[in-house]
Design a binder for this molecule. Structure first.
Ligand SMILES: Cc1cc2nc3c(=O)[nH]c(=O)nc-3n(C[C@H](O)[C@H](O)[C@H](O)COP(=O)(O)OP(=O)(O)OC[C@H]3O[C@@H](n4cnc5c(N)ncnc54)[C@H](O)[C@@H]3O)c2cc1C
Length: 299
């Protein structure tokens, strides 16, 4: 019986483990894929306070080292469900089950991918899913933003201030984001718009040099020379297994405020919950808040 079971070994989950171990609680962290979470996909992080520059992997390694140094247990296993047994919870995993008095869900979210060939090869070499994180690497360069909702429009606004040229590529005939953002973009000389079009192919050897776009009405294709693309076609949280124990909103995020409490010994932290900004700084903040809340519940 653990005091706290943390589901997900990203920045939020590992921070929760660090705080909980320092409060001398027994902690098990479950991770289904990559110790360190999504930040391990980022070759450069330049916006985490206290570090001018580091790679996502370097950062993840430090978090894991600290959690292990404090003797948190870490298992590679996928949580499939949480059973509520009153004063304890049973986390059902692919390879067995674990009991804990409390559970912190820190399962993050995944950026929806385009699903085109070689997309993963170009991550960090021309393909990005986060303008806030990676925009500065494209200063003075030519980029495309793929998507037409609020995130895509906001990213295009931000990029238009630092990039030489920004092209928005939207699959529908219209943009679904706020009109005022669209109006703001239309006033900019360095922004152009392509609608009813999807990305068919990514071009380049080691680094992205361009994309092929297909018009969905005519099926005609066009090549666009770009240094980078920012894919903003939504995020996919992975909270389905927990929907009976934690309320989800229409987009699948666990509904919670910055208190990170779900109720009856269940807590949530990081990108998997409803929030405005999904970044390491906010995930780590949640991890600390959720762990302290779980410790208070246990005490
Ligand atoms: C390419 C890229 C670059 C980025 N760059 C930056 C940056 O420069 N600065 C910045 O602040 N942020 C950046 N981000 C965002 C940042 O990585 C996230 O905000 C942060 O990782 C969120 O932390 P988290 O712990 O909430 O979730 P995650 O990092 O997503 O970790 C969640 C973990 O839970 C695991 N998991 C999910 N479901 C289960 C399950 N059922 N059982 C067990 N384990 C499970 C996942 O495998 C994952 O490892 C970037 C993201 C990407 C993809």
């Amino acid at each position: 019986m653990y005091d706290i079971i943390v589901i997900g070994a990203g920045p939020a989950g590992l921070t929760a483990a660090i705080y909980a171990r320092r409060a001398e609680k027994s902690v098990l962290v479950l991770e289904k894929e990559t110790f360190g979470g999504q930040i391990t996909h980022s070759p450069k992080v330049e916006n985490y306070p206290g570090f001018i520059q580091m790679s996502g992997n370097e950062f993840a390694e430090k978090l894991i080292e600290q959690a292990l140094h404090l003797e948190a247990e870490i298992e590679l296993d996928e949580a499939k469900a949480i059973e509520d047994h009153g004063d304890y919870k049973r986390v059902i995993c692919e390879n067995g089950s674990f009991d804990g008095r409390t559970v912190i869900i820190a399962t993050g979210s995944k950026h929806r991918q385009l699903g085109v060939a070689r997309e993963n090869d170009f991550v960090g070499a021309g393909v990005s899913y986060c303008a806030v994180c990676d925009g500065a690497f494209y200063r003075g360069k030519t980029v495309a933003v793929i998507g037409g909702g609020n995130t895509a429009l906001q990213e295009a606004v931000m990029l238009s201030d630092i990039c030489e040229k920004v092209t928005l590529v939207q699959n529908l005939a219209f943009f679904t984001g706020e009109q005022k953002l669209l109006d703001q973009l239309k006033k900019k000389d360095n922004v152009s718009f392509i609608t009813s079009s999807v990305v068919d192919a990514l071009k380049g050897d080691d680094e992205l040099t361009g994309i092929t776009i297909r018009n969905t009405d005519t099926n005609g294709t066009t090549d666009l020379t770009v240094d980078g693309i920012f894919v903003a076609i939504g995020q996919v949280p992975e909270n389905e297994p927990f929907k009976t124990i934690a309320p989800l909103n229409d987009w699948g995020y666990i509904v919670s405020d910055e208190g990170c409490v779900i109720g009856s010994g269940v807590f949530v932290a990081g990108d998997c919950r409803t929030k405005q900004v999904r970044q390491i700084a906010t995930a780590i903040s949640d991890g600390a808040v959720a762990a302290v809340a779980a410790c208070r519940y246990l005490d």
